[in-house]
Design a binder for this molecule. Structure first.
Ligand code: ADP
Length: 401
């Protein structure tokens, strides 16, 4: 079965085509600057040269048409005809309380995704545009929605509610939802596989540390707590996002600086975190360069970033009354031995002991980086949200036929 996986943003779209017999990637790519006359399609067919095309792409439908045309192109293509695509899997950011698993997209499901627009105003409309575009271009191809929030729907009420008047939850569903669920689920399953452990009885903390970052506590294979909340702003300090902050400080700043809602939102989401503290960059590579050069603001940003991750790991060990497996994934988690070392060296009280040599290896595969004696197993697992989406899509389509 060949499956197209789509991740539609407001002005961009990423795609991957999988052949599920063997789970191989046939091609991947992206369309950037949708809405502009100089939109860029970058296409990477496996085993062939990468191609870049610049053209007018004013809407998602045109973007998807261009992707499909490229997929069947005589020289750059990987399919004879796009009817070869048997299903399309979409990453959908917010499923609210309606979805605890991936689903076949029906008009009712589209309505439910639309109802979550208030909770994810930037993401869900783009996801719906992608679904609509596929419907127009490939009307008979089944589509599946895979939600970033679904894995965390197992959190219980004491964990997902904010301690504010209950009517806010009843009226507006103000609560913690959590994100990066597809990634946390994927790496947790992979780690259990690598360690040959059963999900039952396991206590895992997974750290998805990329531009955005979240930590999740996974007990018996289920998410029991996660650091992102109603939106992806809560929790860790991130590249450009503040993470946890006293809400009274937000009110104070708004009042002193006479900021609008949009301005404060932009400050907390785009100008805080690593870039806000360092004034240098939101990219961990540049922060590490600064750290190694003894730059004061880069060192402070790095130490704050690391400290906040470590505090969440400790909190989640407390939440689960123990910890067996600690996982690092995503851009920073997979590629920053220096960050992993500082975190792990300060978790010895939990029974974490790193193997420094293994930690220093740069590799693109799953690996254990703790010492033989470490009570807690520490792993680096490269995340693969697209494969997880393709697998869910295959399962759902398989169950329909
Ligand atoms: P996204 O949240 O956008 O999916 P990624 O998971 O791709 O992000 O992570 C991107 C981030 O990973 C970059 O901004 C950079 O900070 C970090 N990163 C990538 N490579 C390295 C590296 N070698 N060392 C440290 N950080 C890295």
């Amino acid at each position: 079965m060949k499956i197209l996986v789509l991740n539609c943003g407001s002005s961009s779209l990423k795609y991957q085509v999988f052949n599920m017999d063997g789970e191989t990637v046939l091609a991947n790519g992206k369309v950037e600057r949708i809405g502009m006359e100089d939109a860029i399609l970058t296409h990477e067919p496996t085993g062939k040269q990468k191609v870049k095309k610049v053209s007018e792409i004013y809407e998602h439908k045109t973007a998807i048409k261009s992707v499909l045309e490229t997929l069947i192109d005589k020289s750059d293509g990987v399919l004879a005809d796009y009817s070869e695509i048997q299903a399309v899997g979409h990453r959908v950011v917010h499923g609210g309380e309606s979805f605890s698993d991936s689903v076949l997209i029906t008009p009712e499901v589209e309505d439910a995704i639309r109802k979550c627009i208030d909770l994810a105003p930037l993401h869900n409309p783009a996801n719906l545009l992608g679904i609509d575009a596929v419907k127009e271009v490939m009307p008979t191809t089944p589509q599946v929605a895979v939600f970033d929030t679904a894995f965390h729907q197992t959190m219980d009420k004491k964990t997902f509610l904010y301690p504010i008047p209950m009517e806010q939850y009843k009226k507006y569903k103000i609560r913690r939802y959590g994100f990066h669920g597809t990634s946390h689920k994927y790496v947790a399953e992979k780690a259990l596989d690598v360690l040959n452990l059963s999900a039952n009885g396991s206590k895992i903390v997974s750290c998805h540390i990329g531009n955005g970052g979240s930590v999740t506590a996974i007990k018996d294979g289920k998410s029991v707590d996660t650091s992102m909340g109603m939106t992806p702003l809560e929790g860790l300090m991130m590249g450009t996002r503040s993470g946890d902050i006293d809400p009274a400080a937000v009110l104070y700043i708004m009042n002193k600086e006479e900021l609008t809602l949009q301005e404060i939102n932009s400050m907390l989401n785009k100008h805080s975190g690593l870039i806000g503290i360092s004034g240098i960059s939101s990219d961990m590579r540049e922060i590490e360069d600064g750290l190694l050069a003894n730059n004061e603001s880069a060192t402070l940003a790095f130490n704050m970033y690391e400290y906040r991750i470590r505090k969440y790991i400790g909190a989640y060990a407390a939440a689960m009354n123990g910890l067996d497996v600690l996982i690092f994934t995503a851009g920073v988690g997979e590629n920053s031995p220096i960050l992993r070392k500082q975190i792990c060296d300060n978790l010895s009280y939990l029974g974490v002991e790193l193997d420094n040599e293994k930690n220093d290896v740069f590799a693109k595969h799953d690996r254990v980086i703790s010492s033989e004696n470490s009570r807690v197993k520490v792993l680096v697992i490269p995340t693969n949200e697209e494969l997880m989406i393709a697998r869910d899509t295959q399962n759902i389509i398989g169950n329909q036929t």
